[in-house]
Design a protein around this ligand. Structure first.
Ligand SMILES: Nc1ncnc2c1ncn2[C@@H]1O[C@H](COP(=O)(O)OP(=O)(O)OP(=O)(O)O)[C@@H](O)[C@H]1O
Ligand SMILES: [Mg+2]
Length: 252
């Protein structure tokens, strides 16, 4: 079956001031797949996610989500697209005065006409997916950092968006939480259209979940392919990065 492209970067170049952060980057995001973006710190991974969400606009090139050019769309139109394709981005801070359950229910209360019983069911599923059912009545201040991150994750997925952008979802978590989050991303993908773009430094988690990988190096996408293709890449920069070698073409 032919792959469908849900979003893509098309020859994107982006500068912050004098600094060329992304240079002629093209990247397809395959619908229903998990695409992981890897690369050194500062390579431009988070910037790619912000482009896909229309938070930054490139000086050159185009960013398409579905068939809409998000770089040349008015803010009002963009908000409509954001809602209709439900892009989520990075785990925003939870509200201190609300319980976990209330925090996670917010996107449903604010953006849908769902009945209370239905909302309760969705919230319960989301909290269950991240292993936080037992903490549903706790306030954010009563949770550990890792638990907060998982709670933010539950809130990002509770609306079951078509395309989710995860910026380092597992960074700073213990191995069991990493596993939980990785499994949750995979479970969402199994639903139709559960497309995800994930930036991560966690190679074992990436190998477990990624269908496609892209490697950014100094603002250029130097490799893109299936996870298997990237792992077998003959590109010395990719090889060095995946092996974690000190010796090689990457300047350190
Ligand atoms: N708003 C901004 N203004 C100026 N420079 C920025 C801005 N956002 C990002 N940059 C620069 O763009 C480059 C890429 O940043 P980005 O956050 O995309 O990297 P990254 O690959 O996500 O890194 P990390 O792995 O550390 O999260 C960096 O050099 C960063 O300093
Ligand atoms: Mg980043």
């Amino acid at each position: 079956m032919a792959e469908r492209i849900i979003a893509r970067l098309d020859s994107v170049s982006l500068r912050f001031g004098d600094r060329l952060v992304l240079q002629n980057c093209s990247l397809p995001i395959v619908e229903g797949a998990i695409t992981c973006i890897v690369g050194l710190s500062g390579a431009g991974k988070s910037t790619v996610l912000r482009l896909l969400d229309g938070l930054v606009r490139p000086q050159e090139g185009h960013v398409y989500v579905r068939d809409v050019d998000v770089c040349h769309t008015k803010e009002r139109e963009l908000n409509k697209i954001r809602r209709s394709i439900s892009l989520s981005f990075q785990f925003a801070a939870l509200l201190d005065s609300l319980t976990l359950e209330q925090n996670v229910s917010l996107p449903l209360v604010e953006n849908t006409n769902m009945r209370r019983s239905e909302i309760r069911q969705k919230v319960s599923e989301a909290l269950d997916a991240v292993g936080l059912t037992f903490a549903n009545t706790n306030l954010p201040a009563e949770l550990s950092g890792g638990m907060l991150k998982r709670a933010g994750f539950a809130r990002a997925v509770v609306t079951q968006p078509d395309l989710i952008l995860y910026d380092e979802p597992t960074t700073g978590l213990d191995p069991i939480s990493v596993h939980l989050i990785t499994k949750t991303i995979m479970r969402l993908r199994e639903r139709s259209n559960g497309t995800a773009v994930v930036t991560s430094h966690d190679l074992p988690a990436i190998y477990m979940m990624a269908d496609y990988m892209a490697m950014l190096f100094e603002g250029v996408i130097i490799a893109y392919g299936t996870t298997e293709e990237i792992r077998q890449s003959q590109n010395p920069i990719v090889q060095q990065f995946l092996a974690g070698d000190e010796v090689g073409p990457i300047p350190i």
